[in-house]
Design a protein around this ligand. Sequence first.
Ligand SMILES: NC(=O)C1=CN([C@@H]2O[C@H](COP(=O)(O)OP(=O)(O)OC[C@H]3O[C@@H](n4cnc5c(N)ncnc54)[C@H](OP(=O)(O)O)[C@@H]3O)[C@@H](O)[C@H]2O)C=CC1
Ligand SMILES: O=C(O)C(=O)Cc1ccc(O)cc1
Length: 440
Amino acid sequence: MTATLIPDPRVVQIGIIGMGDMGRMYARRLSAAGWKINACDRPERFEKLKEEYASNPLVNIFENGHYVSRLSDYIIYSVEAENIDSIVAMYGPSTKVGAVVGGQTSCKAPEIAAFEKHLPADVQIVSCHSLHGPNVDTRGQPLVLIQHRASDEALDLVRTVLACFNSQFVYLTATQHDKITADTQAATHAAFLSMGVAWHANSQFPWEVPRYVGGIENVKINISLRIFSNKWHVYAGLAIMNPAAQAQILQYAKSVTQLFTLMIEHKADEFRQRIYAARKAVFGGLPPNHELLLSDDLLDKFSLSNVPLEERTPNSHLSLLAMVDCWWKLGIVPYDHMICSTPLFRIWLGVTEYLFQSPGLLDDCINVALGNDTFRADDLEFTMAARSWSEIITWGDFNLYRRRFEATQEYFSPRFADATSLGNEMIKTIFEKTKQRRLH
Ligand SMILES: NC(=O)C1=CN([C@@H]2O[C@H](COP(=O)(O)OP(=O)(O)OC[C@H]3O[C@@H](n4cnc5c(N)ncnc54)[C@H](OP(=O)(O)O)[C@@H]3O)[C@@H](O)[C@H]2O)C=CC1
Ligand SMILES: O=C(O)C(=O)Cc1ccc(O)cc1
């Protein structure tokens, strides 16, 4: 074992290239645990970043990734997925001899390809992915480690450094990672992105609208706003750069369109049979009388709305019916991926389970979908939004994705602070509640 691989904070230096939301979160937690950090963002941010970290003696800011790379024993690229190749091409050849390199991007195929292409042969590759956003408590959350081109000692180094997160390590190959995260994240994000765009298109702030009152509606609103408060490229990257994700978003849009068409054609039997078949495929394997992941009481606590609960209107829940239909059509059993799931996915699965497994609720929802026009205009906009996201992602158009995302982001931005703090509470409560089931 070389000296650079001794996992000792007095010897090992950690490099972080990209001091955005995730890079900063890593720098904060790792330096708090005593690790010495060398970090940079774009050269034009050098002075400001240096000033910002002046009071933290364990975080040394450098002008660019060359300086970070030549000094550090374990380097994490925490940059936009779209730019990973050009950034590794730039700084990779400056990597310290024998160092370990990894990345935080959400789709590993392009990241690993960039490492293989641009890193010197003596450099080892152990990649990582924290399966949660930067403001979530890292404790107990899945943290994927990918020992791609690396000795067991190199993996040990990464494990020792990241141990201070108290996350749950999940060991995968890059290919397994991309398949599983596509299954958990792609269609989940498509659903929430479509809700946001649909509300925007209808000029609604849903928390002001009486028909969006109640537990499930709270989740839709909080999570959708949470996604729109994040950076567009996080979602664009993992959807556009992961081919498995593209196929799933396409299927989600198809499920939404086909179910909506059956609704407006009043094809009640066909609609009902299809939903029941989807329920059997996705939830049929659960033991009888299993405990639900979520309850309405729990979800009612997290509301942005002042509208009284008594005014609750039953919803067609097209977004949720289509989610289960989509899982069924793709042969995905979402419970298989709990060990590698993000908070949003767990919540979304909890809500779908609640709708499909609470006695009577699914039939109420099917009846509303077929016979009640209250949500027709919303469902029409939702269908169009789902189709539009799917097209943008299929075309791989980052610019159009950004424009579509940022227009709706701006519309909702006044409520992001409230939605984020409520969303954090919701994630914390639901995380505690679902701990048992999550790990099985
Ligand atoms: N946010 C999240 O919830 C999660 C994100 N991820 C992934 O982690 C990665 C980082 O995400 P996040 O922190 O949210 O995104 P940010 O946009 O906040 O951070 C990326 C940072 O890298 C900077 N950067 C770009 N080019 C360079 C360069 N040449 N040298 C140094 N820095 C550079 C960016 O600058 P500029 O903005 O000017 O381009 C930006 O400050 C992404 O790949 C994302 O998909 C993974 C898990 C969760
Ligand atoms: O929980 C989610 O799905 C999020 O939206 C946060 C997120 C975004 C990107 C990732 O690669 C991992 C987590």
